[in-house]
Design a protein around this ligand. Structure first.
Ligand SMILES: [Zn+2]
Length: 331
């Protein structure tokens, strides 16, 4: 969903935010810039079917490293000396979805167009919501997942698609990427149990400075353990076009470093907030070491423009027939 705008952030404010972010995992308050208002997501019909998720730790106190605690952003560095970070318990899978058929892996064509579905909030839109088209009702989402499973689709991560396009890896013959922007509570309470039932990963485009109180680190870790890919959606979700170079580096490069340190995952893909970008933003994404970036341009993602990957917007209210049409419609 489109968060409130904060206008242009000064460098000093960014430094303050950067310091505040170091306290994210330590349970300290973060700066007002980084703190998002609580999401006004209504209780969804399907939520009543799902046991109340335990977001409490299954381990001891959260002693995961502060994102800025070390000078290294290497996601592969050893954690042997660190206490195990807290991981939330995933809600139980929801029964009743058809099991996807066996995955028929293919090796080509290497320029295969892949639908990257773009979701925001899987919930009933609150009355008076500013952007009701960002909400997909849980019942509609279930119907869409059922359609995918019954029609031979298999959800994969962007990394798998990239490795198919560029590194000779195989891919299911009917791949689909399920991407969820911003990081909202239903990603965990509604989406994760559904995808768990199907043994499918989601792709979470996470706003680094705002995943509290919506998706706390233990929840993000649970999604990672369930196979989800975590990608960057900036620090503050500000518009990219026209940003000074230092702020671009902060929103794009620093967000990647922070996520890598917090979760020890590659964070190889970036998602432009509200889909807006300019040449400087695209260059900054490449400079920061990402392998690709997703936009809100409509159509299938293809390997030719990895930093301007198209997506298929799911706006809610579509019939299953129209959803099926979107999956194969290339612009
Ligand atoms: Zn967003």
């Amino acid at each position: 969903m489109r968060p409130p705008r904060f206008g242009r952030v000064t460098l000093s404010a960014l430094l303050l935010l950067s310091c505040a972010l170091s306290a994210l995992d330590a349970g300290c308050a973060i700066s007002s810039i980084a703190r998002a208002p609580a999401s006004a997501v209504e209780v969804s019909p399907i939520a009543s079917l799902v046991p109340t998720p335990s977001v409490e730790p299954s381990g001891s106190a959260d002693a995961s490293p502060s994102p800025l605690a070390t000078g290294s952003a290497d996601a592969t560095e050893t954690t042997a000396a660190l206490p195990k970070p807290r991981v939330a318990r995933l809600p139980r899978p929801i029964a009743g979805l058809p099991a996807p058929g066996p995955s028929h892996e293919v090796t080509g064509p290497r320029d295969l167009g892949v639908p990257v579905l773009m979701y925001h909030v899987i919930a009933v839109a609150p009355r008076g919501a500013r952007n009701p088209d960002l909400y997909v009702k849980p019942g509609d989402f279930v119907a869409q997942m059922r359609y995918l499973a019954k029609n031979g689709y298999h959800a994969v991560t962007l990394q798998r698609v990239y490795d198919f396009w560029h590194n000779g890896a195989t891919l299911p013959s009917k791949p689909v990427v399920l991407s969820f922007d911003d990081g909202d509570t239903p990603d965990f309470t509604v989406v994760a149990p559904l995808l768990n039932e199907l043994h499918w990963p989601g792709v979470l485009n996470l706003i680094v400075g705002r995943h509290r109180p919506r998706l706390k680190p233990p929840i993000v870790r649970a999604l990672i353990e369930a196979g989800w890919e975590i990608d960057s959606h900036t620090v503050t979700h500000t518009d990219m076009p026209g940003l000074p170079a230092k702020q671009l580096a902060f929103e794009i490069g620093q967000s990647r470093k922070l996520l890598r340190r917090m979760y020890r995952v590659p964070v190889n893909f970036f998602c432009y907030p509200t889909g807006r970008f300019d040449a400087a933003a695209v260059a900054a994404v490449q400079e920061a070491g990402y392998l690709g970036a997703t936009t809100t341009l409509g159509g299938l993602a293809r390997p030719g423009q990895p930093f301007l990957m198209r997506r298929v917007r799911v706006s809610g209210g579509e019939s299953v027939e129209y959803f099926a049409y979107l999956l194969s419609h290339d612009r």
